[in-house]
Write a protein that binds this ligand. Structure first.
Ligand SMILES: Nc1ncnc2c1ncn2[C@@H]1O[C@H](COP(=O)(O)OP(=O)(O)OP(=O)(O)O)[C@@H](O)[C@H]1O
Length: 367
């Protein structure tokens, strides 16, 4: 009852997580309204984009929960702030993470400001699996209870001060519980598949999609011994540590051990491969990270030790962080780590607390 005067805008994607989040907020007596964002002109990309279906799902859920649904088009902003950067990084041979940039630039900036200023809400809520805790007047971002679904990795660009106006209603639940609740309250989206990979494109279709925007220049696939063993379809189609989809089969005179991408050489347009998942050429002792964000900067004193993830869903690794300058840090791993990928993000944790993170600029190879 107490929260009746507090207004929350729930970011409605038409998926099960935001729908169940909306239901929780209603039950907690917030004054709830939904906001659906279009961030891609799907008319151009019908094959890849489900925005129309997602909107109709969001409308149906809001009708059922008796929530007013606002709609907004941020496709221009998404193109300028997220997609152009995504393409440019790929052209440089990096493997960027657009979902992280989308959270930083769109969901928790433009969308957030629209909800707070234009729609005059007190909070925005999303269906992310993460938690916010207040301690001694400060707000901390924590991993979700469901560690399998934890999305704090994608949220490291947030600032402590922003967390004050953000709610993650399902961060304390398991995904299986969220689906059970959705079924119980009769939401058709209860069984809807999770969105994976880039905001609007499944990971399997990504190379075809990128082909529309980046000119694919075929080049040689070369072993570390310098033998040309095949042709690649454009370096942007591959990522460091990738094993599948190299199209080289068994190579005569070599043991039948899988091959992995260990380097993308932009200057020669070559893809360098080596055998074995523990190949020393794949391993790094550390990395240099840029575009650093600390969620609560006043808590950071260099150097310090903590845990980190160099990709989503990876188990935490132990590391030590050293200050280089205001833009760069050096991360040294306690033991060598495979497939450190420039362009991806490294996210730091102190146990369950997400401290912040940065973008991997370069790796420090073992060899
Ligand atoms: N088009 C959109 N409009 C408004 N909010 C969105 C949109 N897409 C995503 N969101 C918000 O961001 C959250 C996380 O998005 P993500 O793409 O990771 O979806 P998800 O984990 O599959 O969640 P859901 O089941 O709600 O789709 C969503 O739960 C939702 O609150």
């Amino acid at each position: 009852m107490i929260k009746k005067n507090k207004k929350v805008i729930i970011a409605m994607s038409g998926g099960v997580d935001s729908s169940v989040s909306a239901w929780f907020l209603k039950n907690e007596n917030y004054q709830v309204e939904g906001l659906f964002m279009k961030n891609w002109e799907e008319d151009d990309e019908k094959e890849y984009c489900n925005a129309a279906k997602d909107l109709s799902d969001a409308e149906e859920v809001c009708k059922k929960l008796n929530i007013h649904l606002h709609k907004v088009n941020f496709s221009k902003e998404y193109w300028e702030k997220v997609f152009e950067n995504f393409l440019n990084e790929h052209k440089k041979g990096k493997t960027p993470n657009p979902d992280i940039l989308c959270n930083k630039e769109i969901k928790f900036k433009i969308f957030f400001n629209y909800a707070i200023q234009e729609l005059q809400s007190d909070y925005i809520a999303t269906g992310h699996y993460a938690q916010i805790k207040k301690k001694n007047g400060k707000y901390f971002l924590l991993k979700a209870v469901d560690l399998n679904k934890d999305q704090s990795y994608f949220l490291y660009t947030l600032k402590g001060i922003q967390l004050k106006n953000i709610l993650f209603p399902i961060g304390g639940l398991k995904k299986s519980q969220v689906r059970i609740i959705a079924k119980k309250i009769g939401l058709k989206v209860a069984e809807k598949k999770d969105s994976t990979g880039i905001c609007f494109i499944g990971p399997k279709k990504i190379n075809n999609f990128l082909n529309r925007y980046i000119k694919a220049e075929k080049g040689d696939i070369i072993t570390t011994e310098g033998t040309i063993v095949g042709k690649h379809n454009g370096l942007f189609c591959y990522t460091l540590g990738q094993r599948k989809g190299l199209g080289i089969g068994g190579i005569k005179g070599n043991y039948n051990i899988p091959w992995y991408v260990i380097e993308k050489n932009i200057i020669n347009n070559t893809l360098i491969i080596a055998q074995g998942s523990c190949n020393k050429r794949l391993m790094s002792i550390g990395l240099i990270a840029e575009k650093i964000n600390w969620i609560n900067d006043d808590k950071i004193i260099f150097p310090f030790s903590c845990q980190a993830k160099i990709r989503y869903r990876q188990i935490d690794i132990f590391c030590n962080i050293k200050y280089i300058n205001d833009f760069l840090i050096k991360v040294l791993f306690d033991s060598p780590v495979s497939s450190v990928t420039p362009g991806q993000s490294i996210v730091f944790y102190s146990s369950k607390i997400c401290l912040g993170g940065g973008v991997i600029q370069s790796r420090l190879p073992l060899l």
